[in-house]
Design a protein. Structure first.
Length: 208
């Protein structure tokens, strides 16, 4: 089983959600491209928050910006063929949680968006959205972009303080399953994330 985690924007809690999901599923984790290495990688953070085994990134870029631009600045050419998930192996990397960078339409190269990659993979995809002001517009645009490419949307997961009307409105207008909401955690560690994820989500909703 493979599940893709994408978002409506950057810095909305997508990596924390991915860590919670990997921990709950007993899954491995893969982020194909890491942009920006100051302060550690997302894979290292997921491993610390979930105990999940992490796969090596296809590309590790030092510049903290969109992969297409980070690669240009770093003098790296991204080959989309290197971004295919590893073969299914239930004894090594399955289940597998795959996290994109930033939002669904972030450029991987100047010819390829993350949503285009997701369409190639055709794995069930979770859209992570914040609950603060602006989330309805960003969420519905992301849903439309994924649907336009026939990306299978498993559902939408929210991160932040409860906003019942916005969450319900997005789910209804976007015609997507509302999976749950992960609160902002302080402190954030493996124990608090595991407990909060178990309370916020029904793990059977992620069965592919």
């Amino acid at each position: 089983m493979r599940i893709v985690v994408t978002g409506t924007d950057t810095d909305i809690g997508k990596t924390v959600f991915a860590a919670g999901l990997a921990g709950a599923l007993g899954a491995s984790y893969w982020k194909p491209i890491q942009s920006g290495l100051d302060g550690g990688s997302d894979a290292e953070r997921v491993a610390a928050l979930s105990g999940a085994a992490v796969l090596s990134e296809a590309y590790r870029l030092t510049t903290p910006c969109s992969p297409h631009r980070a690669a240009e600045i770093d003098g790296v050419t991204i080959d989309p063929d290197r971004l295919m998930p590893p073969p299914i192996d239930p004894f090594v990397v399955d289940p597998l949680v795959i996290e994109g960078a930033g939002g669904a339409l972030v450029p991987v190269t100047r010819e390829l968006l993350y949503a285009d990659l997701f369409a190639r993979w055709r794995f069930p995809t979770v859209l992570v959205a914040r609950t603060s002001l602006g989330t309805i517009n960003h969420s519905l645009l992301s849903i439309e972009a994924l649907r336009a490419r026939s990306v299978p949307i498993l559902g939408i997961a929210f991160v932040g303080e409860a906003n019942e009307d916005s969450e319900a409105t997005i789910a209804a207008i976007g015609k997507v399953r509302r999976l749950g909401r992960l609160p902002i955690l302080d402190p954030l560690d493996r124990a608090t994330l595991s407990a909060a994820f178990a309370k916020a989500f029904d793990i059977t909703d992620f069965a592919a």
